[in-house]
Design a protein around this ligand. Sequence first.
Ligand code: GCO
Ligand code: MG
Length: 412
Amino acid sequence: MTAVARIRSAEVLVTSPSRNFVTLRITTDDGVVGLGDATLNGRELAVASYLRDHVVPLLIGRDAHRIEDTWQFLYRSAYWRRGPITMSAVAAVDMALWDIKGRLAGMPVHQLLGGASRDGCLAYAHASGADLEDLGDSVRARLDEGYRAIRLQVAVPGMGGGYGIASARASGGRYTYEPAKRAGLHIEEGWDSRRYLRYAPELFEWARAEFGPEVMLLHDVHHRLTPIEAARLGRALEPYDLFWLEDCTPAENQESLRLVRRHTTTPLAIGEVLNSVWDFRTLIQEQLIDYVRASVTHTGGITHLKRLFDFAGQYQIKSGSHGPTDISPVGMSAALHVGLAIHNFGIQEHMAHHELTHEVFRTSYRFADGFLHPGDAPGLGVDYDDAAAERFSYEPAFLPAARLVDGTVHDW
Ligand code: GCO
Ligand code: MG
């Protein structure tokens, strides 16, 4: 007889311990609980409503064991396919069902995915600064914590900013960059591609001179260059041996990466704003990228992310799971279980969560010597503390926008 675990309830939980998170909690008739991350930064309540109003009623009474069937059912029966809202909602259900299956089996999710393929997941941290001296302090702090791979972002002189910067100096050495701002108003930042293109190679020349050849260095362009500008940057950065150059140009037009690829051997990572295997098809089949930057939370959960990584693996492309603070500890844990199990793991982003976040989400993943491990607790290994969550009610927050010097809206 096959065991059945009927879904008794599914709750959408919204909390804001330092930033907003949306979590789906599914409970079976026997009281087994599974958690899924549904956080879509700056558009959180759209996914909460999609789940609460349109998905939860479909889940009650279903067999929690039937993960693949539920995934296909939610994806196909919606009729309206793909996109960040749908794929985040499906992801949350999928993660919660894997969590339940693991708890019922008494096994961590990575065991259910085939078992560990490595001892731990190589992680990269963020370092940034208002200038090179400030950035240097930030890098040294990350190296002291044990990271071997670090993403560098610095304010571009004369531009008054840049993407992804928190001053190490201003935050007392603690890295506190958070993309979504709670100020209530939409924040706009300036951007000048010519200044940036002149400065980026200087940044990496400085970094190699300062920190030597061994540390793995990454950089995020955040979709701000045209394909030919991106090609020029990739080529200019070749002497500094980057681990990857991320989102060098917007990738909705996947073919545009052909042009970039023709000009540079700097490894390319793309995909945190894409949501499905279909969004990556040309990028993967033509080997236009080296790392798939999808997140488990926005790409349909463990089931679909694994499918995407397996597809990429046929083309020698590796994983590079998105892991900023807007992926909740539930999403981070799910990404780590996948990362530990697959063969073509590349690297995992690790933007450590605020202490308040960990008061709500009790995790069992751990970091040591540059590597993350999801732990061996059954399921995903994350527990949700309702009493702590109730202390932090939802606060609207917005992602910034960028404008060029003449006032034109640009890609943020
Ligand atoms: C990264 C990302 C993020 C995004 C954020 C938007 O590489 O970590 O670019 O920091 O900006 O996830 O919500
Ligand atoms: Mg990015």
